[in-house]
Design a protein around this ligand. Structure first.
Ligand SMILES: [Zn+2]
Ligand SMILES: [Zn+2]
Length: 224
């Protein structure tokens, strides 16, 4: 099945993953993935995990490594992705770099927040035009989110063509959310959120559920 050839959320040694990009690509190619995104954290708060990527020199070095592997592997496309924190509603990028430096930007909340803050930060990130994917959408909310807030965020995702992530490490969303994604034609992105080689490509459950609910799966390309 063509869709199972993608994994759009993978961490490398440039943040808290334990595999080098070269090893990730060799492994992904071997298991016949066709498109992968290396999406290291960029964070102001978690300085060890994501702080390195705040430094534009590090982000540029990583982009060069990705570009170099792309030139050697002709059966797989490796996207220069990033998982940027949504912090205070702001999408965090390496200093001086903008969204268009990356092929794929996942925006994720990594702080425990109330439903109201989740709603405000999510809308702010989606409307900013700075993200392609809303990462593991409900995972750091410390209380039940009112259904109307979920619905409004999904509508906003559809309006801005930002994908709802089916993140395999955090589990799939409830069925009513999947039904709304279908109803509003919200695009979806599937990623393992792998932090080790073993989990790269573990995306089957996401693709099965997307197929079952008839969801529109994004298929990003390299920008350059
Ligand atoms: Zn995350
Ligand atoms: Zn992640």
């Amino acid at each position: 099945m063509v869709h199972q050839m993608m994994d759009l959320h993978i961490h490398s040694v440039y943040s808290d993953g334990n595999a080098h990009i070269e090893d990730i690509v060799r492994h992904a190619s071997r298991i016949r993935l066709k498109i992968i995104a290396i999406t290291d954290h960029c964070s102001k708060t978690y300085t060890y995990v994501g702080g390195r990527m705040l430094n534009p020199d590090v982000a540029m070095e990583r982009a060069e490594v990705i570009s170099e592997v792309n030139s050697r592997y002709n059966n797989i496309v490796v996207l220069n992705g990033i998982e940027s924190d949504i912090d205070g509603g702001i999408v965090v990028f390496p200093r001086g770099l903008k969204k268009d430096f990356f092929d794929l930007v996942i925006g994720s909340i990594h702080k425990s927040v109330s439903a109201k803050v989740w709603y405000q930060w999510s809308l702010s990130a989606i409307r900013s035009g700075n993200i392609d994917v809303l990462g593991h959408p409900f995972s750091y909310v410390r209380e039940n989110i009112p259904f109307e807030m979920v619905e409004e965020v999904l509508i906003e995702l559809a309006d801005h063509n930002v994908a709802f992530e089916l993140n395999m490490s955090y589990g799939l969303p409830p069925e009513d959310v999947l039904l709304l994604c279908k109803e509003y034609d919200v695009p979806v992105s599937v990623g393992s959120d792998a932090h080790s080689l073993f989990n790269v490509g573990m995306v089957d459950a996401g693709f099965s559920v997307a197929k079952k609910f008839g969801l529109r799966i994004i298929r990003p390309q390299k920008r350059y």
